[in-house]
Every structure is written in C-alpha cells, then in structure tokens.
Design a protein around this ligand. Structure first.
Ligand code: G3P
Length: 501
C-alpha cells in the first residue's frame, strides 16, 4: 500500500514499522520483527518490532518521568490536544481505514468508520473535561464533624496507564482508552495486539503532531507471550485498561497485583425472542448483530433463544437474510470477509463440527475458503453442544429453542460470560421484568447488543470484564479523588456573628 502521507514516513522504512518512545521512532535492539499479513490475500502488510524487556523498561521510565509535567498542563490544554488529534484522525481516515482493512480484513467502509468513531471519542472526551471538577464539603453533616472541617476534593491522575488493545478494533478500542487516560493527566504506554499493531501505531504520529509532549505517550510492540507478563507486572505501571479474551484477562488479573484494572473481555450475548416480537426488526438485529465483521465483536449476537410460536418463522427469515449477505474481498465492502487468521477459522469449524456430531440442523453456511467462513445458521442447538457456551468469535449464529421465559433466562444466565443480553418483544413491562433477571452489564430491548454510543457505560460482569468504560466512566476510572482537609482554628469561629436575640 502506497503511503502518500508524508508525516507517516518517519515511522517506517519500507515495510518495517518502528516503535515509539519519548517522541522518537526506534528500531528494536532485538533485531527481530513480526510479519503482519493481510488475512484475505496473505500479502505482507508490514513488519513490526519485537521489543525487548529493556525497551519496555525505557518506555515505562519515560512515561513515569513525564507524568508530573503532563499533569501540570491545564486540563483545557490537554482537551485541546485531544481535539487536534481528532482532526488529524478525520483528515487521515481514508488512508488509515485502508491500512486497517489490510491488517484485519474489516470491510473498507467499516474500517474508515472505525477511525472516524475514534475521532468522535477524542472530541467527546475533550468535551467531558468538566467530569474532572472537584467538590468541597463541610464536616457538619455527620455527628462529630463541624463546619471548621472543610474537605477539598479534586481528581488527580493515576500515573502510568498501560493500554492494551485487541485485534478487532485496534484503533478504536485502544483510542477509547488513550483519550480518557491523557485527559486525566496520565501518561500512557500502549501495547497494541500484534494483529492491529500497524494501524494502532499511527496514534503515535497523531498524538505527537497534536501536541502531546515526548514521553507522555509511548508504544511498545511485540508478542504478548514474550513481553506481556513483564509489562503487566511492571512495578511502575499504575493502572491497566485491557480489551481482549477472557482467558488473557483472567491471567492479567492474576499477574498484575494491586493496581486498578479496567477489563473488557469476551461475551456470549443471548437474544431472547418472545412470541410477540416484531419479526422484521428482530431478524435485522440478529443478522447484523451476528455477522457484522464476521462475528468478531465482543458484543456480537452469539446465541438466539426463540419462544415456540415464533421460532420457525424467525429462523426461516434469518436464513433468508443470511443467504443474501455478500461474501469476499473487504476492499469491495463485502459483508462477510476473512477471519483474523486460520487458527480462528479452525476453532469456529471445530464448534460447528461438534454441534453436527451431536445432531444440530445446519440451515446454511458451513463452508470455508481460505480464511473465509460462510455465515452459518444452526438450528436445534442443545445445551450439550459447545457452541451453546463457548464464544465463537466467528460468523455462526446458534438457535437454542426454548419453551418458557424461565428456561431462556436460565440458559442466558448459565453462561460464564455476562456482557450484554437482548429481549425482543412488544410487551415492555415483561421486557423490563426479564431484564432485571439477566446477569449481564447491559440489556438491550428490541435492539442488537452493542457497545456504542460511546458515552453509554459499557460493563462486563462475570468473565466479561471488570469496571465500567464509556467516556465519563473511563475518565472517573482513570483518575482518583485527592482530598485535602482544612481544619480551621477556633479563632475563625469567633469571627462569626450569629448571636440570636
Ligand atoms: O467487540 C468490540 C465492540 O466493542 C464493538 O463495538 O459498538 O460495535 O458493539 P460495537
């Protein structure tokens, strides 16, 4: 891919991309690189640096040394820098979108939208700077306290925040961590997922050009298996915001020790469809929710639980719409493209094969070419099948027919995951009652599961995560209250004229 943007030349030599420390683009002393290939055509997109532990140390030291200076930069100036970064993202969205498409096989239009959505997050985070205002209180509300005791509470950064992003939204989901981290005055070390590193690394140029001082934002690339544990257990990391698999998230929580964690992990979002649901709307939500970006979204519709009177027609219509999805080259904006790599295809196929062995009805799909899996609809999935519980992260939608609402709630809740749930019905009272029973972070009524809009709280329970993200929630979670208490002297009391005749 030809790079027509002069500003990006500094970060690469031919196809070799560098990493970013203290405002400089560097080649790793390891002498090793990792090749990133386009999952659709297997062409080389570029090579990223396999950083060493010493380079991890350098990134963290620089970040640590920069915190004070960045914290002392007025909040409004930090907000202005985020806005400048958003402008650059919009300006360069076509190039970055194409790069992202090449790197992770996302349809071009969606890839460009991802860059623009990140710009929106940066702008909205800048606008949310008032979340950082403090409060004052007098002590006389509680017994034992008095008006002479006054607390001044304001918010301070946590220090060095480690932002680890996933392959599926490498620009957006790392960006949505970086913007609040920087606004609140933290310095950042970003470790993108290997697949996705190239596009995400462009955040280095963008933030540098926007005015983030050297050392405040740093990028480390390399295999998680080599530097991951070293990074997450580093004593100078003060907070970790991670998006990725539940398995890696659990490991991270075990290794990281006593620092704040914000984790966005896997999901097995179930759509409960009641007999009175609006068929057209429900079909649209299921097909879009299950198959957008080939189902490689934590918030994809990963199970459908239809009630008896609607099951046949619902499945028939979902199959009809699924068969209309275009398949092929992401550059041509086909609805279904390649999964991220062949291992992931093998895994999804394994789940389909297990279900077939146990008697599932394959309504469509179950075909593979290269890294492309045809969108697959499975009917009569039973709870002994792996696909009922394991997160497929691929283009497969399993229908588990249920007889009662209680059964649907039980199957939803029996999952180890607890990201989102969906209820499709025209009976809003009933929907609200069911919503209260679901053990998830968010329940969507008559809509597909989704993280956005990005100012909503985004929460995973159980194995789906820890803490709340979303613009103002991330700002709060990436800063902490600092309290200064003034203990006024008795003399102050004497000055008050409050004698009542
Ligand atoms: O899997 C990542 C997820 O956050 C994607 O965002 O808004 O499409 O659900 P959204």
């Amino acid at each position: 891919m030809i790079n027509k943007i002069q500003e990006f030349n500094v970060m690469r030599e031919n196809l070799n991309y560098k990493f970013f420390i203290n405002g400089e683009w560097r080649v790793s002393t390891s002498g090793k690189t990792i090749t990133i290939k386009n999952p659709f055509n297997n062409e080389i997109v570029g090579n990223i640096q396999a950083c060493t532990k010493e380079e991890v140390d350098q990134a963290i030291i620089n970040a640590k040394q920069s915190v004070n200076c960045w914290e002392n930069t007025p909040i409004r100036e930090r907000a202005e820098i985020l806005k400048k970064a958003a402008n650059l993202m919009n300006k360069w969205s076509d190039y970055l979108g194409e790069l992202l498409m090449n790197e992770n096989g996302k349809p071009l239009k969606s890839a460009i939208s991802e860059i623009k959505r990140t710009a929106l997050i940066f702008n909205a985070t800048a606008e949310a700077k008032s979340e950082l205002v403090g409060t004052t209180m007098t002590g006389d509300i509680l017994e034992g306290g008095s008006r002479e005791k006054i607390s001044i509470t304001y918010r301070v950064p946590l220090g060095v925040v480690l932002c680890i992003g996933p392959f599926n939204y490498p620009f957006n989901l790392t960006g949505s961590k970086i913007a609040p981290a920087l606004l609140t005055g933290n310095s950042v070390v970003m470790k993108p997922s290997t697949e996705g590193s190239i596009t995400a690394s462009h955040l280095g140029i963008i933030l540098d050009k926007a005015g983030v001082p050297p050392g405040v934002f740093n990028i480390i690339t390399g295999r998680g298996s080599e530097i991951g544990d070293y990074l997450i257990s580093h004593p100078d990391i003060n907070m970790i915001n991670f998006t990725g698999s539940s398995k890696t998230g659990k490991h991270l929580a075990e290794v990281a020790g006593m620092i704040p964690l914000l984790l966005e992990l896997g999901g097995k979002d179930a759509a409960i469809v009641l007999n009175d649901a609006d068929l057209k709307k429900t079909v649209k939500s299921i097909v879009s929710g299950a198959f957008s970006y080939n189902g490689q979204r934590c918030t994809a519709v990963k199970r459908v639980l239809p009630m008896p009177d609607i099951a046949d027609i619902l499945i028939e219509k979902v199959v009809e719409e699924t068969k209309k999805l275009s398949i092929g080259d992401p550059a041509e904006n086909k609805s279904i493209g390649p999964l991220i790599n062949s291992n992931q295809c093998d895994y999804v196929q394994e789940l389909i094969d297990d279900a077939i062995d146990k008697g599932v009805e394959v309504k469509c799909g179950n075909k593979r070419e290269g890294n492309i899996l045809w969108p697959t609809v499975l009917d009569k999935v039973t709870v002994d099948m792996r696909i009922a519980w394991e997160e497929q992260f691929g283009p497969v939608v399993p229908f588990i027919r249920v007889k009662t609402i209680e059964e649907a709630i039980k199957i939803s809740n029996d999952s180890e995951y607890g990201l989102q749930g969906m209820i499709f019905t025209n009976n809003i009272d009933l929907a609200l009652n069911i919503a209260q029973e679901l053990e998830v972070g968010t329940v969507q009524i008559n809509g597909q599961s989704s993280r956005g809009p990005d100012h909503f709280p985004f929460i995973g329970t159980k194995a789906s995560g820890m803490g709340a993200q979303g613009i103002k929630y991330s700002i709060k979670n990436m800063s902490r209250p600092k309290v200064i208490v003034m203990n006024l002297s008795e003399k102050g009391k004497l000055l008050r004229k409050c004698d009542i005749d």
